[in-house]
Design a protein around this ligand. Structure first.
Ligand code: ADP
Length: 493
């Protein structure tokens, strides 16, 4: 079974950790109790061998005194059957013992522990060979055996005691170990329980983040995540600050999704507008050309001339529209930049006004230029600024009545040079002003169509001034006229 939840994984880790700690605790308890028992047993019997060796003549003429030994073995069998007695020569070879034949498996006993036991001041317990069970080590008591003041051997007493094959057996047999075992188990279970509850409590905020993020995904990123009742990062811990970051990230995602949706809507509108604006002059052109083709013989030469003229006008409009579209696309590309230079705005304004002389006089407009001769040079892209002025003047002419007035004013303002294109035309309603600089925005579609409006000129002007780090603004009153104005930085001398 695979554990999926964080809480489950932490609980498992805790379980393993507490299991290992408890195992270690039980092992240490068993070992230390066993060691303690052995130490006590060896200390209590430290002089046992010495007393026996002193009181009983165990050797006679260098060999075991069988009569004395038999007597000793018999007595010990009655007093303490668990102890085993061995008479060793000086090298540790077993000379005599109290056990049924075949029980003793070793011929000699390792003397290093015996010497260590006999040396005063050494720590107990010291464990030596158990001749009945090779490989096992037990506590013992030992004493040198002398004959005629000469060292003739050693008395080696294995202090019996129980020997357990497994820890379980040992615990089962000892009250204190049983008690320690159950204390260990109880502490382990309690720690596990407290651990699981605390981790469940601590991870509840992580679970909340998880479920809120899931909900956020299911809502298709419409509303940002709001973690109710959370402390903010100034006082909270790492999970609190993670929650705050998730909230902020969700807000960014929501905003970007909204921008994407808006961009998609704009893109669709743009395509619809472009196809409409391209199709209209094309349809008209085709209509005139078809009429010419089908009814060529029935049309007078004046009519034919007029149809050709109209077709050319529509193709010009188409070409202007495509030029504007292309220009706007270029200006809106992220790597488009203004080529800045210093130039005289006064000269440029005069030149542009001159270009429109035919159109202004056709509408009988009163044109005035209010530009001081000594006005300073400005810093900007001359071709782009020319385009802005052309668009603004073209509009002013387009939306002016016969006999109206058009003026171009340049004056210093706030350390810059402000340019105003003012007309006394039809004006713009206040509600249209915020949308005026958007692509394809025409105040009145029918009127715009009559005036051959594409709705791109002001968007181009707006973008150009953006590239100059500025803006274009308008003030207007319907029926009275409009004033478009923008500023350019003055060239530093
Ligand atoms: P176009 O390229 O067709 O002239 P613009 O982007 O320049 O389009 O203008 C957008 C709309 O703003 C025009 O259709 C018109 O309704 C309005 N507009 C622009 N300039 C003026 C003005 N001087 N007087 C009145 N309306 C204007």
């Amino acid at each position: 079974m695979k554990i999926q939840t964080l809480n489950g994984k932490i609980a498992l880790a805790l379980f393993v950790l507490i299991g290992l700690t408890s195992g270690f605790y039980i092992y240490i308890s068993v070992q230390s109790t066993q060691l303690y028992q052995q130490e006590i047993q060896q200390k209590l019997n430290r002089s046992l061998a010495q007393h026996i060796a002193k009181d009983i003549p165990l050797l006679s003429d260098g060999t075991a005194n069988q009569a004395a030994l038999e007597d000793l073995f018999h007595t010990l069998m009655i007093v303490n059957p668990s102890i085993e007695l061995y008479l060793l020569d000086t090298k540790g070879t077993i000379m005599s013992f109290n056990a049924p034949p075949g029980k003793v498996k070793l011929d000699r006993v390792d003397m290093v522990p015996v010497y260590s036991f006999l040396e005063e001041g050494n720590d107990l317990p010291v464990r030596g060979n158990d001749p009945r069970s090779p490989g096992r080590h037990k506590v013992f008591s030992a004493a040198p055996v002398f004959e005629n003041q000469n060292l003739a051997g050693y008395l080696y007493i294995v202090l019996g005691g129980e020997n357990y094959d497994t820890v379980v057996e040992m615990i089962r047999d000892s009250y204190i170990l049983r008690l320690l075992f159950w204390i260990g188990i109880s502490v382990a279970l309690l720690s596990l329980l407290v651990g699981i509850i605390s981790f469940y409590w601590l991870t509840r905020r992580v679970r909340q983040i998880g479920s809120d993020v899931e909900g956020f995904k299911n809502s298709e990123f419409k509303a940002p995540i709001s973690l109710v009742g959370w402390r903010r990062e100034s006082v909270g811990d790492e999970i609190d600050s993670m929650g705050t970051t998730v909230e902020k990230m969700s807000q960014v995602i929501v905003d970007q999704f909204q921008q994407l949706r808006q961009a998609d809507i704009t893109r669709r509108e743009l395509i619809a507008n472009i196809s409409h604006d391209l199709r209209t002059p094309l349809t008209s052109m085709r209509g005139y050309l078809e009429t010419l083709q089908i009814k060529k013989d029935q049309l007078s030469s004046d009519e034919q001339e007029k149809f050709i003229e109209l077709s050319i006008q529509h193709s010009d409009r188409l070409s202007a529209l495509i030029t504007d579209l292309f220009e706007l696309a270029m200006l809106e590309s992220p790597d488009s930049a203004a080529e800045m230079e210093y130039f005289s705005l006064a000269e440029l304004a005069h030149d542009v006004i001159l270009k429109f002389e035919v159109k202004t006089s056709r509408k009988n407009l009163q044109v005035s230029c209010d530009i001081p001769q000594d006005s300073p040079s400005v810093h900007g892209d001359i071709a782009m600024i020319e385009r802005v002025l052309e668009n603004l003047i073209e509009n002013a002419i387009k939306f002016s009545h016969q006999g109206g007035a058009l003026s171009l004013r340049v004056a210093p303002r706030d350390g810059k040079l402000e340019v105003k294109v003012v007309d006394t035309g039809i004006g713009i309603a206040a509600e249209d002003i915020p949308n005026l600089f958007q692509r394809f925005y025409c105040v009145d579609k029918s009127r715009s169509a009559r005036n051959r409006s594409s709705g791109l000129g002001l968007a181009i002007a707006h973008r150009i001034l953006q590239l100059h780090g500025g803006d274009i603004k308008v003030s207007s009153m319907p029926g009275k006229g409009s004033c478009f104005f923008f500023s350019l930085p003055i060239a530093s001398t």
